[in-house]
Design a protein around this ligand. Structure first.
Ligand SMILES: [Zn+2]
Length: 510
């Protein structure tokens, strides 16, 4: 090194320190621990977001590789299986089913004679595998608003309902719930049969154990309904007028219907990965950390050169952070409570792995004192404050803020980040009354997250082709570790955190 460079360096160093003093939130050089965390995060992400992992799609070789890698890491760190199921150590099976309408038939008779209706004008659907009725009489129910039906009125009948552009399927479900064999909705307004059909085709995956309704629901175009009523006592116009009159009562039509719908199923067998650090005090509850391992597999345009959606940020970065939080917590002193680590499947298909965990949990859900989700954390630079996604939805906020203060990490006020609360596994946990928040730098400077959503998010370009910013992720890991220690400590957090307004039980007891 020559003197000249030395002088420049010295000047730069002075500039640097002056800047540190003047700019609030300016960052100090990373500590050795922080450098180690960053290195390890990068190694996990480089592995999980490599093309070899094929975009980590549930049910594919990409899943097998992902779970082998994470399972091995977690085992080496010193976690134990957290499934609490000797039949399925580490990997909790989750079965997903996508259902699509397969066939639809509708035949009508008047005085036992067939009445021709254009098959293109009627669409029958079922949420089950197959559902049918034979020669059931049609009962016109108008718009079925503010009408109470008796079971006897509807039982064994096909309720014919005017759509009237009333959103949602509440009326149809009510009629089925009150005993109708099927509901046939007349599309008398804006929506078309094609739109109804397209919506059903797009319904996507669900958990396989969601109860299979055997309901039978149909839609008929206005033209087809007019054709069906030709030769009847009532025209469609006439029925609409009757339905609009005060005191309207359901009206039997002189028509019977044989209706059938079938559904085809595609099944995916996939897994949640669950590990834990056993606490010293069994029965003292648990802390839960969550991050989804899955992504989309191939999601680029058919013709694109790179079709693999590697999900480097979403969510290789999150499972990397989850893994490093686990490593650092194992290194610390034995916690009072169990600390669970859950890598969920099928987040991208609708938070399904998180729902599966909550519906078939390895521990009673009310034992979970606090849960922290980690999703897409490679966003913000070092020194970024953290936001609480889910702020105000649990009683955890003041405790999270306290722990952050002790770590000298600023928490941004307000609940702007809650705009995204439904787009992450924490939402599924909240729906099952598990107190869950996402505490992260990724939403601490929300413009950075918005830029990601507008850019590489769910595209093949969320990959390793550009260097990832991990400064904020390192901070997330450090804070995650501190939160884990705090909430796993029965002195600090004596029991389930009560909703705001109620004082927590005193740690001293009595
Ligand atoms: Zn995503």
């Amino acid at each position: 090194m020559n003197r000249g460079t030395f002088a420049i360096r010295a000047a730069l160093a002075a500039l640097c320190c002056a800047a540190t003093a003047l700019v609030p939130g300016a960052r100090a050089a990373p500590s050795r621990l922080e450098s180690e965390i960053e290195q390890r995060l990068r190694a996990h992400i480089d592995m999980l977001a490599s093309d070899a992992f094929e975009g980590r799609e549930p049910g594919t070789e990409g899943e097998a590789k992902t779970l082998r890698y994470l399972g091995r890491e977690w085992f080496d760190i010193g976690l134990v299986s957290g499934t609490n199921d000797p039949g399925h150590e580490w990997f909790a099976p989750v079965t997903l089913v996508a259902r699509e309408p397969a066939s639809s038939t509708a035949q009508f008779r008047r005085a036992r004679r067939p009445v021709y209706v254009d098959p293109e004008g009627v669409l029958m659907l079922t949420s089950g595998k197959r559902s049918l009725v034979r020669d059931a009489p049609l009962l016109f129910v108008g718009k079925a608003q503010d009408v109470d039906f008796t079971r006897a009125e509807l039982a064994g009948r096909v309720a014919v309902l005017l759509d009237g552009d009333v959103e949602g399927g509440a009326r149809q479900n009510a009629l089925l719930g009150q005993g109708a064999s099927a509901v046939l909705t007349v599309l008398d307004g804006e929506r078309t049969l094609e739109e109804v059909a397209a919506r059903r085709r797009r319904s996507g995956y669900a958990l396989a154990d969601d109860s299979l309704g055997g309901d039978l629901e149909g839609f008929v175009t206005r033209e087809a309904m007019v054709a069906l009523l030709k030769g009847s006592k009532h025209s469609l116009d006439g029925l609409e007028r009757l339905a609009a009159e005060p005191g309207f009562t359901p009206l039997a039509l002189d028509i019977t219907a044989s209706l059938e719908a079938t559904t085809s199923e595609t099944t995916i067998r996939t897994h949640n990965l669950i590990g834990k650090i056993p606490g010293r005090r069994s029965g003292a509850g648990a802390v839960l950390f969550v991050a989804h391992w899955d992504h989309f597999g191939n999601c680029g345009e058919e013709t694109a050169e790179d079709r693999i959606c590697n999900g480097a940020i979403d969510n290789a970065s999150g499972v990397a952070a989850l893994t490093e939080i686990a490593r650092l917590l194992v290194r610390g002193k034995e916690p009072d409570r169990d600390i669970y680590f859950l890598a969920t499947t099928a987040e991208e298909l609708g938070l399904l792995g998180a729902h599966a965990f909550a519906e078939n949990p390895p521990l009673p859900l009310d034992q979970i004192v606090a849960a922290f989700n980690i999703d897409s954390v490679a966003i913000a630079p070092a020194g970024t404050p953290v936001a609480i996604v889910g702020r105000g939805m649990t009683a955890l906020d003041p405790l999270v803020e306290k722990v952050a203060r002790r770590e000298h990490i600023k928490v941004v006020p307000g609940d702007e980040a809650n705009e995204y609360v439904k787009r992450q596994d924490g939402w599924a946990m909240l729906k099952h009354d598990i107190p869950t928040v996402m505490v992260t730098t990724a939403y601490g400077e929300i413009a950075l997250m918005r830029a990601f959503f507008d850019g590489d998010y769910h595209r093949p370009s969320d990959d390793l082709s550009h260097p990832l910013e991990l400064g904020g992720a390192v901070r997330d890991v450090r804070l995650g570790v501190a939160l884990g220690r705090w909430f796993a400590d029965v002195e600090r957090v004596p029991g389930p955190v009560p909703p705001e307004g109620k004082a927590p039980p005193s740690p001293q007891g009595n």
